[in-house]
Every structure is written in structure tokens, then in C-alpha cells.
Design a protein around this ligand. Structure first.
Ligand code: AMP
Length: 178
């Protein structure tokens, strides 16, 4: 069965070359499995790298971008499916609706926003889709510590930690979804 993997990641490359390498490795891993990439339809940063790699390997891509970011994030119109939304909220909804699982690569505030939205939806029981953090070069270790702090601080049930799995690299992240 074709799985659709929603990838949240930076619209920049970040400071460690390991991030770009990981984005390309993830794209190859998705394509090798015959899976489909769902993402934010930009052709910048890690987003663009994942998409170009999936495309080059002949696999399907589904991108969703809001009108106002078409220029800033260089809307990648040659995707298998290219959807333009009015708002950021619609973008996130359409991406998530069309995905079976989420992988989080290194990224900035936008990536965190997307991650926390699907995590809180999971906490509320609104979905049961796997969420996997690809902890490339330990980039997300502080995020994992922060999630643990919400539990030890008494602001979340320990089950919160069960909703997120982490893997040291993209291949291990994909293996969790095989
Ligand atoms: P960043 O990690 O900040 O580079 O952002 C990664 C992606 O998340 C970019 O495509 C941003 O446009 C997107 N993004 C940022 N904030 C939001 C939001 N509130 N809703 C949907 N996408 C967002």
C-alpha cells in the first residue's frame, strides 16, 4: 500500500550540513519504499531538498502552500499534486488530512508549529497517526527534553511521550513506519 508521509522541516538549510544530507536521504528513503511525500510545496531549504530528491527518484509528491507564500517559499508547481490554500491553517489541515504519518526533520518556528499542532491533536484523541522526530545530529534533543519537562512539571500525562517516537537518523525514522 502506498503510504503518504507528511514531512515538516526547515524552509532554510540550517547551519549543519548534516541537515541537508538528511533531507536528501529522507527523500530517497520515501521514494525507495514507493511512498508519497506530503509537504509544504516550497522549493527552499530542506523542504525543497526533500521534494527534489523524491521527484528525481520518480515517486509522488503532494504539496500544499498558501497564496501569500507562493513567492517567498518558491511554490514548486511541478509536483504530482500542487494545492494552493487561502490560509496557513488550511495548509496544515490539507497536508495532515492527506498523510498517514508525520516525520519531523530539523527546522525553525514553522516546523515547531506544525509539530505541536499534530501532537496536541493526538493528545486530544483527534487522530492516531504516528509522529516521528528525526533527531539528526541531536538537533531535536532539547525539544525531547522539553516534552519530558511538561510531564515532570505536571502539565501533561506521561502518555504524551508515547505519541512521539524519535530516531537518530532518517533511515531509522522510516523503519519505524515500515
Ligand atoms: P520554518 O521551520 O520556520 O523554516 O518553517 C517551515 C515551514 O512551516 C514553512 O513552509 C513555513 O511557511 C511553515 N509554517 C510556519 N508557520 C506556519 C503555520 N502557522 N501554519 C502552516 N505552516 C507554517
Amino acid at each position: 500500500m502506498t503510504k503518504s508521509i507528511c514531512v515538516y522541516c526547515g524552509s532554510r538549510d540550517g547551519s549543519d550540513p548534516a541537515f541537508a544530507d538528511a533531507a536528501e536521504a529522507l527523500g530517497r528513503g520515501i521514494a525507495d519504499r514507493g511512498w508519497r511525500l506530503v509537504y509544504g510545496a516550497g522549493d527552499v531549504g530542506l523542504m525543497g531538498r526533500v521534494a527534489r530528491t523524491v521527484q528525481a527518484a520518480g515517486a509522488e509528491t503532494f504539496g500544499v502552500i498558501p497564496t501569500h507564500l507562493l513567492q517567498a517559499e518558491v511554490g514548486k508547481q511541478d509536483l504530482t499534486r500542487f494545492v494552493v490554500t487561502e490560509t496557513m491553517h488550511e495548509r496544515k489541515k490539507v497536508m495532515f488530512m492527506n498523510a498517514d504519518a508525520v516525520i519531523v526533520l530539523p527546522g525553525g518556528a514553522g516546523t515547531l508549529d506544525e509539530f505541536f499542532e499534530v501532537l496536541t491533536w493526538r493528545q486530544l484523541g483527534l487522530h492516531g497517526k504516528p509522529i516521528v522526530i528525526a533527531n539528526v545530529a541531536d538537533y531535536w534533543t532539547p525539544l525531547i527534553a522539553l516534552l519530558e519537562a511538561t510531564v515532570t512539571g505536571g502539565f501533561a500525562e506521561r502518555t504524551l511521550l508515547d505519541y512521539v517516537r524519535s530516531a537518530p537518523d532518517t533511515e531509522a525514522a522510516l523503519k519505524l513506519l515500515d
